[in-house]
Design a protein around this ligand. Structure first.
Ligand SMILES: Cc1cc2nc3c(=O)[nH]c(=O)nc-3n(C[C@H](O)[C@H](O)[C@H](O)COP(=O)(O)OP(=O)(O)OC[C@H]3O[C@@H](n4cnc5c(N)ncnc54)[C@H](O)[C@@H]3O)c2cc1C
Length: 489
């Protein structure tokens, strides 16, 4: 392994010292707003800092830099929007080079005839949405982190947006890509409408969290934008389970409103209590249908007909308008003194864990998590949940919970304990999925094998074949053993 001084010298010679960050303030990476966000309010000092951060601007630079790191015993963490939530960007050793690819934000093409955009991996989703809107189009992709996230990270984490029931997740949008392997080889997956030339290799990259390859360019679908023909509906249902049944009926009968959300009382009271008053046990569900007016009207009529079968009563859609207004606002306060002050005052941390399961299993998971977690986690102040992404064969639950600090500098341990307890409940069910869209990161990597079972070996082989030196994002996908080496050797 090169000494870190030698690495900095050689990388600076190759790129120019202005594109190699080595000062402590820069290495602390304030833009990584979610890495140890609670601890940062309490004099947090990271255990490890990167050797340097490289501001890379082209595929060739990425290929040269990763080859250099791979050959010289340096780890690589790639970042674009730095908005990932599961410790994906946590540096876990003292020989990590961070590749900041947020500058690779070129528009290669915005093709309104073929409804695709090809952009660099550092293109911000919000900027791409704006460019698409200027042509009457939309990306259809609205994760809550839309103002922060970039296209490379969105693909690498298998992201999904708030209008997913209509537009799908990133896996339904990604048409082609360019990526760089750890040895510097550049590979491209061509943008074709569909192909049966072997397995779909796009899926080989989606969800790899920078632990196998570096995505440098992506081609995604664009859709006609219909901002003026939305249909909105909001209802109170007698129970969370009744809400699940109502949503299931809407979906399996073939209706696809973009937004489908169901909140239990704790989650609703915490976030939108002023808009809908729920009695104990009740839940609130709401929908937004997007698309051509004739379709949104038909979807709305169907929901209005289906909802009462499940005891739902329609309520004012002000809650939907409010949600639409504020749905991305949390991004404005992440990493600010305002939120850190709140942590100091309350010593409490509000966070989330998203999972999925079939329509049958999700009810048991919800019941068991709500019944068992308060007894298992002694500093859990409260737990609730909402549904926000639904499918023909099941749905997700986004558990939200508040933890009281034991040791404020180790809040992540409590968070990990909650996630692990939730995952244990989820994996008891045959269709339980332990991570719905945030990626496993270093938070849940130690449970990936539990979910994948016999197919985990495929993941280990993929990693070992393409990244034999364990260069790429150690601790993501394959957990670290105590000695800091990849557990699959
Ligand atoms: C407030 C908030 C709300 C969120 N809501 C959602 C949501 O609704 N839906 C959702 O899906 N996610 C959500 N997230 C999680 C996060 O925004 C997504 O995971 C997003 O995809 C991360 O994109 P990014 O550009 O910020 O990636 P980063 O955080 O920079 O990186 C994420 C991961 O991808 C890897 N990576 C980044 N760029 C590349 C690349 N070019 N090639 C290979 N690997 C790469 C990194 O190494 C890391 O492992 C939310 C996060 C926050 C903070």
């Amino acid at each position: 392994m090169h000494s870190t001084d030698q690495a900095i010298r050689e990388l600076s010679q190759a790129l120019g010292s202005d594109r190699v960050v080595v000062d402590r303030a820069g290495l602390l990476q304030p833009e990584q707003v979610l890495v140890r966000q609670f601890e940062k309010a309490f004099d947090y000092v990271p255990e490890h800092l990167p050797v340097c951060i490289l501001k890379l601007r082209s595929t060739e630079e990425v290929a040269d830099a990763v080859r250099y790191c791979n050959e010289n015993g340096l780890s690589v963490i790639v970042q674009t929007g730095a908005s990932s939530s599961e410790d994906q960007l946590l540096v876990v050793n003292d020989h990590t080079v961070v590749f900041d690819l947020s500058g690779m934000d070129a528009v290669v093409s915005l093709d309104a005839e073929n409804m695709t955009a090809t952009v660099g991996c550092g293109m911000r989703l919000a900027r791409l949405e704006q460019l698409a809107n200027e042509q009457g189009l939309t990306t259809g992709h609205w994760p809550q982190s839309q103002p922060l996230a970039c296209m490379g990270g969105l693909v690498a984490v298998r992201s999904i947006g708030q209008f997913s029931t209509y537009y799908g997740g990133i896996e339904d949008m990604l048409c082609g890509l360019e990526a760089v392997l750890p040895d510097g080889q550049v590979v491209r997956i061509r943008n074709v409408p569909r192909s049966a030339a072997g397995p779909d290799l796009r899926h080989f990259f989606m969800g790899t969290e920078g632990a196998i390859a570096i995505i440098t360019e992506v081609t995604v679908k664009l859709f006609t934008h219909y901002p003026d023909s939305w249909w909105k509906g909001a209802y109170v249902v007698p129970s969370f389970e009744a809400g699940l049944d109502a949503i299931r009926e809407v979906i399996v009968k073939g209706f696809r409103p973009g937004v489908v959300r169901l909140y239990d009382k704790l989650d609703m009271d915490f976030n939108y209590g002023g808009f809908v008053e729920l009695q104990d046990g009740e839940a609130c569900m709401f929908f937004v249908a997007e698309g051509p007016p004739s379709i949104t009207a038909a979807i709305g009529a169907a929901i209005d007909e289906i909802a009462p079968h499940h005891g739902a009563r329609a309520v004012d859609t002000a809650v939907v308008d409010h949600w639409l207004r504020v749905r991305n606002d949390v991004c404005k306060i992440l990493g600010t003194e305002e939120i850190r002050n709140r942590y100091r005052e309350t010593q409490a941390f509000y966070t989330t864990c998203e999972v999925s399961a079939s329509w049958t299993d999700i009810k048991r998971i919800y019941r068991n998590v709500m019944a068992n977690l308060p007894g298992e986690i002694d500093n859990l102040l409260g737990i609730g949940g909402h549904v926000s992404h639904s499918y023909q064969n099941g749905t997700n639950i986004y558990f939200v919970y508040v933890l009281k600090a034991k040791d404020p500098l180790r809040m992540w341990e409590s968070d990990r304990a909650v996630k692990s307890a939730i995952v244990t409940e989820v994996l008891k069910e045959p269709t339980g999925g332990s991570v719905h869209h945030h990626g496993a990161g270093k938070m849940r990597a130690n449970r990936v094998a539990d979910e994948l079972g016999s197919s985990y070996d495929l993941l280990r082989r993929m990693k070992r074949e393409l990244d034999p030196n364990g260069t790429m994002n150690p601790g993501c996908l394959i957990p670290l053993e105590a000695g800091g080496v990849e557990s699959d050797g």
